[in-house]
Design a protein. Structure first.
Length: 331
């Protein structure tokens, strides 16, 4: 700024006011204003964002935090991040995406740790959540339930499981198998919500749940042998799409046909679910909608901060029916 002021023969205060579009109690000629802007471009000058943040008491930066193991282009994460980023950018905020293993390293490597707010995705580091709470940084959880968030935006997995069960029972299926979640996902709310809803249907005797549903399988072939071939399950529901892809491949290797020998449904209507043979019937978890709503809630709070009780908002899930489900074959 001093260089710009010297070359333009004006004060640094004048340069600052021109660059920050300040007009109150300040006026300068258009020629001076143009000279300052032209000189700034020629020198490649950029304002010091840290200094600006200190003077304006905000950074216009929102942090997005998830587990270091998060696969950002997998499952619903990609569409969720897109929904978050698009909404925040439209609101005039930049996004700092942190996947670092700890808050301390994030502080060392990122100049953006001084944040106006944050959004937490699946399994953020406990240190991150604690640091946000200590610094009183407002945050929203999207597809996660941790900390003292302004709001938790979650998928209605009970609705999704009920829609899958209803579709299969309407086709005539009664004996169900369930391919449960991986152990790495065991603490996520979706694992409990989907499984609890399935168990409730079995307890109500609307379906019969064959053995093998308690734990994730080690071998998809062994899972199909025990559930479909030995226990006569005619319908399999998979916790998520990757398990369904594995089961479809195992079925082919074993000479089993989908949906002739068993119907197959999975959660997450993402690639390559619709491209498989047969294309899979899938429960749609609306990642983009969840991301947009979470970002909107945070923006509203930043625009008008106020104390209120934490909200929990559930986003409806739908079912897309494709060729992997059909009536069970006649006995």
């Amino acid at each position: 700024m001093a260089d710009v002021a010297r070359l333009c023969r004006v004060t640094e205060a004048t340069v600052s006011r021109v660059l920050n579009h300040k007009t109150n109690n300040f006026s300068t000629t258009e020629a001076v204003r143009k000279r300052i802007l032209d000189t700034t471009r020629e020198l490649g000058y950029a304002p010091n964002l840290t200094a600006r943040a200190l003077s304006e008491r905000n950074t216009r930066v929102v942090g997005l935090f998830a587990s270091p193991q998060t696969h950002v282009a997998e499952g619903i994460n990609e569409s969720m991040i897109e929904g978050i980023a698009e909404t925040l950018h439209a609101g005039g905020y930049e996004v700092f995406f942190g996947l670092s293993p700890s808050v301390r390293s994030a502080m060392k490597t990122s100049p953006c740790w001084r944040l106006d707010g944050a959004i937490l995705m699946q399994a953020p580091k406990p240190e991150t959540v604690a640091e946000l709470d200590v610094r009183r940084v407002p945050y929203v959880c999207v597809n996660e339930r941790v900390g003292r968030a302004l709001a938790y935006v979650l998928a209605d997995d009970a609705m999704g499981m009920n829609r899958a069960i209803s579709h299969l029972t309407q086709l005539g299926h009664r004996r169900f198998a369930y391919a449960n979640a991986r152990s790495s996902n065991a603490t996520h709310y979706s694992v409990h919500d989907r499984y609890r809803t399935l168990l409730s249907a079995a307890q109500n005797q609307s379906i019969q749940l064959v053995e093998g549903h308690e734990m994730p399988f080690n071998s998809p072939e062994e899972f199909l042998r025990k559930t479909v071939l030995e226990q006569g399950a005619t319908a399999v529901i998979a916790y998520e799409h990757r398990k369904a892809v594995m089961l479809l491949g195992a079925a082919r290797r074993m000479g089993l046909r989908v949906p002739e020998d068993f119907s197959l449904i999975c959660f997450n209507d993402v690639f390559p679910v619709a491209m498989l043979h047969p294309p899979l019937t899938a429960v749609v978890v609306a990642g983009r909608t969840m991301g947009q709503l979470g970002a909107d809630l945070l923006l509203n709070h930043l625009l008008s901060p106020q104390s209120h009780s934490t909200k929990e908002i559930r986003i409806a899930e739908d079912l897309i029916v494709r060729d992997s489900t059909a009536p069970p074959k006649a006995e």
